[in-house]
Write a protein that binds this ligand. Structure first.
Ligand SMILES: Cc1cc2nc3c(=O)[nH]c(=O)nc-3n(C[C@H](O)[C@H](O)[C@H](O)COP(=O)(O)O)c2cc1C
Length: 214
């Protein structure tokens, strides 16, 4: 399948047919995750392939009882090795410089004083699985398979359930299988409300249109 066809085909599916995911497709999907970019090349992702029915049901319970998740033949647990605690980094550390530019020194000082350091590290690394996970979702779509991101998750208990080592946390789930539903049409903004060229066009507001119009 062409890349843009897979991008267009990918939709969140919340009901799956009782049909297994072919092993060669699954291998491709996982390889797509491995190839994803990562900040500073840290490459900290782990992909748990969950097929065991009782584990799937237990994960479902930890995902706010979204029971349909367990209809997927495979659930990928998107896990990440936590980065070193930002509070222990030297002031001239590259990541400190980057985060200072992105968020400002005042916020970093505040966050570094937050007492629950593990929770802080999980929060700081929350976005790490997003790129590998979307690679997985698009690779699944390219094989005619469907998925759905699951961010509503008790990450601490999910990590315990999966027996993850300390410093590895399960941050998202991605159930994968063949769709057994047709999703409703999405309300997407037209492209000229999403794009601006060089500089935000003067004399435009966000009222009415939700972004700049050319
Ligand atoms: C980071 C992230 C977390 C999400 N978490 C959930 C979730 O817990 N449960 C759910 O049903 N959908 C979840 N979704 C799916 C979104 O609701 C869905 O992507 C959005 O409505 C757009 O629909 P589409 O994926 O079909 O384009 C999540 C999506 C993302 C990107």
């Amino acid at each position: 399948m062409e890349f843009m066809d897979a991008v267009r085909a990918r939709r969140s599916i919340r009901r799956f047919a009782p049909k297994p995911v072919p092993e060669d497709a699954l291998a491709d999907i996982l390889e797509a995750g491995r190839l994803a970019p990562s900040s500073g090349g840290v490459n900290s992702g782990y992909f748990g392939v969950i097929r065991d029915e009782s584990t799937k049901r237990a994960l479902t319970a930890l995902a706010g009882d979204q029971e349909w998740i367990a209809t997927a033949p495979v659930i990928i647990a998107l896990c990440s090795r936590l980065s070193p605690d930002a509070a222990t980094r030297a002031p001239d550390d590259q990541f400190t410089a980057i985060n200072t530019a992105r968020f400002g020194a005042e916020l970093l000082t505040y966050l570094n004083a937050y007492p629950h350091r593990t929770a802080m590290r999980v929060y700081a690394d929350n976005a790490f699985p997003l790129l590998p996970g979307e690679h997985l979702a698009l690779a699944a779509a390219s094989h005619g398979l469907s998925s759905c991101w699951i961010g509503h998750l008790d990450t601490r208990r999910a990590s315990e359930l999966l027996g993850l080592p300390e410093d590895v946390v399960c941050l998202y789930l991605l159930p994968i299988g063949y769709a057994d539903e047709t999703p409703a049409d999405r309300r997407l903004r037209p492209i000229d409300e999403c794009v601006f060229h060089d500089r935000w066009p003067p004399d435009t507001t966000l009222d009415g249109a939700r972004g700049p119009r050319a």
